[in-house]
Design a protein around this ligand. Structure first.
Ligand code: PMP
Length: 396
């Protein structure tokens, strides 16, 4: 009765399965491998309390006031510094502060997509990005990925046939696969973007969580400076959610000049600007250099927890599950053997006190029902082992 009152794009839209499962994860008896939530022990509550005190004290005149849509300048200056540590040169004028990277994905969709436009994603990819592209009524085409990220040879063949509006991908420790786009493929992708005139949207919330810091690869935004014609086709998104605190809702986009003003207008229409209190807090926090002091411990903790999860899976589930070893980030992308359907298993697992995310919703097109995303970031080591024990008991 009410359905036909909704905009066409909302009809038949489903709520995100992750959001629904995360509600259950609030139950204290559940061990959750479901969400990509940072380890609570790694959130620098002391440093953030100090930064909040500064924001509400010395910065009070800014922190409680309206701000510019582009973002609080001291924060943009700190982001310039942070980007330099990632090998990327960016100016404050190229940076737009967003309310989470999720908003960045939405703004790009809002500015660039008409119904029926083609968006290319890696198969599988971040499900909330799929949700955004769906809401803008885009046709999403999945290009297969492997341990080195999106198969750019397949992308090249696709681009010979069609010119999509954009290519969206997570370059480092992807959600859900944990895969990282190799340097060779990064260059190839940029050449293709320049040759075919296609936007590349690089989403990078996990790059700092590399287990071996020596293995970090430069963002596409940086490599684009070396590939003739590529720079105006690249957008870079990153966030403080996974490395500082998701509750801040502070993230950013680096944009080419031709797009910057349009995205700013779209953001203005959405929320005027990101919380000035959050931005002033984030600016002071980044200026304090506590993040860089803490990153080695953060990387070591996630590396160790990934190890605990993988050895528990090997010893308790043996051949019943297979997976690739992640080299950073928060996820093990696994596959049940023997025709087990992860979404059939999920409710039984919850009844036994363990939760994971069935992998099917990460696929554009035909899903693989045996896939499962296991995040090792939230539970502690004992919780990870107990969670796998519970999972094994459900599979017996
Ligand atoms: N992109 C990816 C790949 C993510 O995994 C997430 C969070 N799960 C986001 C974007 C959004 O993060 P936020 O809005 O908290 O910055």
């Amino acid at each position: 009765m009410f359905e036909d009152r909704l905009a066409q794009r909302m009809q038949g839209v489903q709520t995100s399965p992750v959001r629904e499962l995360l509600k259950l994860a609030q139950r204290p008896d559940i061990i959750s491998f479901a969400g990509g939530l940072p380890d609570p022990e790694l959130i620098d509550t002391e440093g953030l309390a100090e930064a909040t005190a500064y924001a509400t004290g010395e910065q009070a005149r800014h922190a409680w006031q309206y701000g510019t849509t582009e973002g609080f300048m001291p924060l943009r200056e700190q982001i310039v510094r942070l980007m330099a540590t990632r090998g990327a040169s960016v100016t404050p004028a190229e940076l737009l502060v967003t309310t989470g990277s999720q908003q960045g994905i939405d703004l790009i969709g809002r500015v660039m997509l008409d119904p029926g436009d083609v968006v290319v994603v890696e198969r599988p990819t971040y499900l909330a990005a799929l949700q955004v592209f769906g809401l803008y009524q885009a046709r999403v085409e999945g290009i297969e990925g492997d341990a080195e990220g999106m198969r750019t040879d397949l992308l090249e063949a696709f681009l010979e046939r069609e010119r999509p509006k954009m290519i969206y991908l997570i370059t480092n420790f992807s959600n859900p696969t944990g895969a990282t786009l190799s340097l060779e493929r990064r260059r190839h992708l940029l050449e293709l973007a320049a040759r075919h005139g296609v936007m590349v949207i690089e989403d990078d919330p996990y790059g700092e969580l590399v287990f071996d810091a020596q293995a970090s690869l430069p963002p596409l935004w940086a490599l684009a400076d070396e590939v003739p014609g590529a720079k105006p086709w690249t957008v870079y998104l990153s966030s403080l959610s996974k490395i500082v605190a998701p509750g801040l809702r502070v993230a950013w986009m680096a944009l080419p000049e031709w797009l910057y003003g349009k995205v700013t207008i779209a953001k203005q229409a959405t929320d005027l600007h990101t919380s000035t209190l959050s931005q002033a807090t984030a600016a002071h926090y980044l200026a304090s250099d506590r993040l860089h002091a803490r990153l080695p411990h953060m990387r070591a903790t996630y590396r160790e927890k990934a190890g605990v999860l993988m050895s528990a899976l090997r010893s308790r589930l043996g051949g019943a599950i297979t997976f690739e070893e992640p080299r950073g980030g928060m996820f093990v992308w696994a596959r049940f053997a023997g025709g087990v359907d992860a979404s059939v298993l999920a409710p039984r697992a919850i009844a036994s006190g363990v939760m994971f995310l069935p992998g099917h919703s990460f696929f554009a097109g035909e899903p693989d029902h045996a896939r499962v995303r296991l995040s090792y970031s939230l539970p502690d080591r004992a919780g990870i082992e107990e969670g796998v024990r519970r999972l094994a008991s459900v599979m017996d």
